[in-house]
Design a protein around this ligand. Structure first.
Ligand SMILES: [Zn+2]
Length: 301
């Protein structure tokens, strides 16, 4: 499953390749699972829109769209107007803030799930099995969404907002505040998407190891200094992984599945029974809230 650094890498790769391109037409497959918004709403929001930007939000890929007034028919435009606000996910309307979406802007939100991928290809490229969406671009290329296991999700929104705070942007005070009074294990709190967005199992384990904190420790019992180490470790592992992925970006987007994709050298994740890289103690695995957690019983307290 792609985690935050992979999604960041993929979003950057897509931004390089498709920003500025115009979506001329959209084909959507018949399988219902990948479509989190109704197919007509997705097609209406995408067709005739320019891709203004592609970015990551949590583990979602967000395509910011601008209407270029080339919507194929006014009927479609009406569908977009009628369906977008009602079906867009988590449209924020905080009191006192004018965030009413206009009909001229929308967002296409892609969650890759377990096996989803977005591929930029030439139209003559054979259509892979499990292709659920094909966007025909004005540049002559196509952007295809392929997902064998169908846990990925496509939706459109007027103003998408993922839950939680970006782990790469949060400051120390806010980070400390997230865990105050929380009786859950720190590992569960790190994975809680309402607190931090996009932190997955691997990076939670790796950052806890680097910070010397056992995954089962109660979040509330961890001192501010230790949380400062944890925050630094979390940013460090995510940024290292993003940096590693940078060079293989275009391969990933073009290639079949995961070809050419990097992996961070794990220090504890998936290393049960192997010697700790610091102290040689055997790495332990425990299950916390249904997820495997790996740690060194000597280095982590
Ligand atoms: Zn150790």
């Amino acid at each position: 499953m792609p985690e935050l650094p992979e999604v960041e890498t993929i979003a950057r790769g897509l931004a390089k390749r498709v920003t500025g391109d115009v979506i001329e037409s959209v084909w959507l497959g018949r399988k219902k699972e990948p479509l989190k918004s109704p197919a007509p709403a997705i097609a209406a929001a995408l067709e005739g829109s320019r891709i203004a930007n592609v970015r990551r939000m949590g583990k979602h890929i967000v395509f910011d769209l601008e209407s270029v007034g080339r919507t194929p028919s006014s009927a479609n435009e009406n569908v977009a107007r009628a369906l977008l606000p009602a079906n867009g996910r988590k449209v924020k309307t905080p009191a006192g803030k004018s965030v009413r979406p206009t009909q001229n802007s929308a967002q296409w939100i892609v969650h890759l799930g377990m096996t989803g991928s977005l591929r930029v290809c030439e139209p003559q490229t054979e259509i892979a099995k499990h292709t659920h969406a094909i966007l025909t671009l004005a540049s002559g290329r196509e952007l295809r969404f392929v997902d064998p296991r169908r846990f990925g999700r496509l939706s459109v929104s007027a103003e998408f907002d993922a839950t939680g705070i970006e782990p790469l942007e949060i400051d120390l005070d806010d980070f400390v505040a997230l865990f105050r009074g929380r009786k859950t294990p720190i590992k569960s709190a790190l994975l809680n998407q309402n607190l931090l967005r996009g932190v997955g199992n691997i990076y939670a384990d790796e950052s806890l190891f680097r910070a010397g904190i056992r995954p089962r420790r109660r979040a509330a019992s961890i001192t501010r200094d230790q949380l400062a180490s944890l925050q630094a470790a979390l940013k460090e592992v995510l940024q290292e992984a993003i940096a590693l992925g940078g060079s293989s970006v275009s391969d990933y987007v073009d290639a079949e599945g995961n070809a050419g994709f990097f992996q961070l050298q794990h220090r504890v994740y998936g290393r049960e029974g192997e010697p700790c890289l610091v102290c040689k103690t055997s790495i332990k695995r425990v299950v916390i809230a249904g997820r495997s957690s790996h740690y060194c019983p000597k280095c982590q307290k």
